[in-house]
Ligand binder design. Structure first.
Ligand SMILES: NC(=O)C1=CN([C@@H]2O[C@H](COP(=O)(O)OP(=O)(O)OC[C@H]3O[C@@H](n4cnc5c(N)ncnc54)[C@H](OP(=O)(O)O)[C@@H]3O)[C@@H](O)[C@H]2O)C=CC1
Ligand SMILES: O=C(O)C1=N[C@H](C(=O)O)C[C@H](O)C1
Length: 221
């Protein structure tokens, strides 16, 4: 995701300028004019308006602390965060603008609304969420499956989860409602990671300059 974000930032008319990149391991200090830093070097990161975080739960805390220290906004798409990390996001929102979303695609934002509505209209039906991702994905169920599950719960359903890790699948989420003699399937398939990065860049532009607070992606799209 980091490489995708940097490529999209370089596109003419992106409206964003990457001033630094952060990774666990830094081989080349500067790539395409962007300086790279490790988590232990964050104090040297130049001034920035918004940090966009797609890392792993063990990389998240340092980025959040950096944003608080600099008074900068944070857009995070890192999944698998624990309850303490979500609480830290809430606490940071008193000082800086933040948005966290399990999925930055427009289609999944719409799917959340459809799932809640379907769940509310289908009391007593079984709800199953099946997600499929590439073999490198560490967390399961995916962050998106869990937030779709929360939407189903908000509609009164009691979702069950199944995860598939295979090949280079970008990300697929099926929400299935099963009654007696009939079944509804709501499905989103991502075929390109650019959708997530474009959504995050868009959210960053909309978040910049806002007062401190925890924003929902729907408020920024
Ligand atoms: N919300 C959304 O729309 C989406 C969310 N995601 C989520 O984004 C996250 C990243 O996904 P993906 O890009 O596929 O994962 P990758 O493993 O390919 O990339 C993770 C990046 O984070 C860096 N990183 C990891 N740990 C640390 C650390 N402790 N300190 C500093 N840097 C660190 C890695 O550095 P290095 O390269 O040196 O290891 C790497 O650059 C996952 O949580 C995934 O679920 C993914 C796609 C869409
Ligand atoms: O790790 C991924 O790749 C993805 N992670 C997010 C998630 O956990 O839901 C979003 C997307 O499905 C891709």
């Amino acid at each position: 995701m980091g490489q995708t974000l940097l490529r999209l930032c370089r596109e003419e008319g992106s409206g964003c300028q990457a001033v630094a990149a952060v990774a666990r391991t830094v081989v080349n200090r500067v790539v395409d004019g962007v300086p790279y830093f490790t988590a232990s070097e964050l104090a040297r990161v130049p001034a920035f308006d918004v940090a966009i975080d797609f890392s792993l739960p063990d990389g998240f805390d340092a980025v959040l602390a950096l944003c608080r220290a600099r008074g900068a906004a944070l857009v995070s798409g890192t999944t698998g965060l624990n309850a303490a990390q979500q609480a830290a996001l809430d606490a940071a929102a008193s000082a800086i603008p933040v948005v966290w979303a399990s999925n930055f695609s427009l289609g999944v934002a719409v799917l959340h609304a459809l799932v809640e509505r379907a769940a509310a209209m289908l009391p007593g039906w079984a709800c199953d969420i099946v997600e499929a991702h590439h073999v490198h994905k560490r967390d399961a169920p995916s962050g998106t499956a869990l937030t779709l599950g929360a939407a189903a719960q908000a509609g009164g359903a009691d979702p069950r989860y199944a995860s598939i890790r295979a090949g280079d699948i970008i990300g697929e989420h099926l929400v299935q409602f099963t009654g007696t003699g009939e079944r509804i399937e709501l499905v989103h398939r991502a075929s390109n990671r650019d959708i997530f990065a474009r959504g995050a860049l868009h959210a960053a532009q909309r978040l910049h300059g806002r007062p401190p607070g925890r924003y929902r992606l729907g408020e920024l799209l």
